[in-house]
Design a protein around this ligand. Sequence first.
Ligand SMILES: [Ca+2]
Ligand SMILES: [Ca+2]
Length: 76
Amino acid sequence: MNKYLILALGLCLAHNVALASDTSFDTLDTNADGLITSGEAEVDPSLVEVFGDLDVNGDGFLTLAEYSAIETDEES
Ligand SMILES: [Ca+2]
Ligand SMILES: [Ca+2]
């Protein structure tokens, strides 16, 4: 599991280099299970800071709906 996570993070970092400033839900969701884990969020330090706030139901994962709340916050 850890090996897979490291590989996933590596792939996500590669995607981030390519995409630069646009970190989309799909980019963060490296294993495409529809949820962003805290591990997947680590590629974006600003997301890690607000992860707990975005995870409104406290299950340790961000759904697309939960993640979408960040867009409102970032525009202010
Ligand atoms: Ca995921
Ligand atoms: Ca959640």
